[in-house]
Write a protein that binds this ligand. Structure first.
Ligand SMILES: Cc1cc2nc3c(=O)[nH]c(=O)nc-3n(C[C@H](O)[C@H](O)[C@H](O)COP(=O)(O)OP(=O)(O)OC[C@H]3O[C@@H](n4cnc5c(N)ncnc54)[C@H](O)[C@@H]3O)c2cc1C
Length: 403
């Protein structure tokens, strides 16, 4: 089968790795608009479940990802002026660049061709030469945009502003610094991902963003103002945008994307082109890689390509529903931060932000309900896990209640 993947992010490259192993005669080309080594963003986080899944698919990729991943052991919630709260929770982080290099190297070892510096928008010419076109070109997928109506695309723009920055201050823990300014709250999601660099995603409401003058500041002035706001957290280290991409330092508003249909003929959506989940849940890369696993699996299981594409879309849309709900709850929670940040048990509320119940119950009632559900005497571990799942309390809630 001849396959073209438009977009050399985690989805396109990993699909190349898996598709090239489906059997003899599979021929994969990945087209990536940026030169090799250039990408947007900094580090991403993931957890053991992803490493386990990668290990079941392609061992060399899994081993390289594991050996380059940085492990962090806890989360720190640091509201300026209060004692920081430390919560045990281990996870991993890695530079997007490193992940993409590992995936590209492995793909090439398996015979996948990667054509860097090639932006494709119209793929109609490919349809004549390949059997399958994978649109893995990210959230603003030009390929998807060329087929209005074909996928039933729904885009919801979230209210907060965010900017994805890096810093040389290395955070050993996943750290949430929250700072109250004259114009409102500004906070960051920060974690180290190699020996010398951390991700530092800054988030704030649109009102505070304007109130602090970010709508009028250029890149350098934006960095200096953010460095002043987060000075005690950054301990003198600078913030910097990602260089090399066209969109070097924009503040963005997250776009939550869903598609009712994931394929049109032999054109199929994958990764962020098919769906996004708010970055505060840290799952988009994992989900993009899981899409690749699912499509490779359904292609292996059906002779008819369009039937495999149908099965792939159905399976992934169903699998994603719960994570998308949790991501929406998390995004909404941060949009209503002032409602929670003054509460005594702010750290617990932050940990349990994936639960939609938090937005419609009074805070005290939500805490009581979730505490009782998680720590009622005699509750068995499976029952507790079921309640945690039902309320979407997040992976840390049980650990917190158990101390
Ligand atoms: C602030 C922020 C923080 C995040 N943190 C995490 C995290 O901690 N953990 C996590 O799992 N996820 C995280 N994510 C989500 C994650 O970055 C994405 O979900 C993931 O990158 C999706 O992979 P993808 O391959 O589908 O798309 P992308 O990684 O966006 O890759 C798409 C590729 O297509 C290329 N491309 C675009 N248009 C064209 C074209 N016309 N022709 C050719 N190439 C093209 C792009 O250059 C890019 O390389 C975060 C996202 C944001 C915004």
């Amino acid at each position: 089968m001849r396959i073209a993947c438009v977009g050399g992010g985690p989805a396109g490259l990993y699909f190349g790795i898996l598709a090239s192993q489906l059997g003899a005669g599979h021929d994969v080309t990945v087209y990536e608009r940026f030169p090799e080594g250039v990408t947007y963003g900094w580090g991403v986080v993931f957890w053991d479940d992803l490493l386990d899944q990668l290990g079941r698919q392609d061992l060399p990729t899994a081993q390289r990802v594991r050996s380059h991943a940085v492990r962090w052991e806890d989360q720190v919630i640091d509201v300026r002026g209060r004692e920081p709260v430390r919560i045990p929770d281990h996870g991993y982080s890695m530079a997007r660049q490193t992940l993409l290099r590992i995936l590209a190297d492995r793909a090439r070892e398996l015979g996948v061709r990667i054509q860097y510096g090639q932006a494709l928008h119209d793929v109609s010419h490919l349809a004549e030469t390949v059997d399958l076109v994978v649109a893995s070109d990210g959230v603003n997928s030009a390929v998807r945009g060329r087929h209005p109506g074909a996928f039933g695309t729904d885009v919801v723009q979230r209210r907060n502003k965010y900017i994805w920055l890096g810093t040389s201050r290395v955070f050993g823990s996943f750290t949430f610094p929250f700072v109250e300014t004259d114009a409102g709250w500004v906070w960051a999601h920060a974690y180290g991902f190699d020996g010398g660099t951390s991700t530092f995603v800054v988030e704030t409401s649109s009102e505070t963003w304007r109130g602090l003058g970010f709508d009028r500041l250029g890149t350098d002035a934006t960095m200096r103002r953010l460095e002043a706001i987060f000075a005690p957290t950054l301990e003198g280290h600078a913030l910097r945008p990602q260089h090399g991409t066209r969109d070097a330092a924009p503040w963005l508003q997250f776009q939550s994307i869903t598609n009712a249909r994931w394929h049109a003929g032999r054109l199929v959506l994958m990764g962020d082109a098919a769906h996004t989940t708010h970055f505060t849940i840290g799952s988009g890369t994992r989900l993009a890689l899981q899409d690749a696993m699912a499509l490779a699996d359904t292609l292996a299981g059906h002779d008819d390509i369009e039937r495999s594409l149908e099965a792939y879309g159905r399976r992934r849309r169903a699998a994603l529903r719960r994570t998308q709900r949790m991501a929406d709850s998390s995004a909404t929670w941060f949009e209503h931060l002032p409602r929670y940040v003054e509460q005594d048990r702010f750290a617990d509320l932050l940990q349990r932000r994936f639960s939609a119940a938090q937005s419609y119950l009074p805070t005290a009632a939500f805490l009581r309900l979730s505490d009782v559900a998680l720590s009622a005497p005699g509750i068995t571990v499976p029952a507790r896990k079921a309640v945690q799942r039902l309320l979407s309390l997040g992976r840390n809630a049980v650990g917190r209640v158990n101390g």
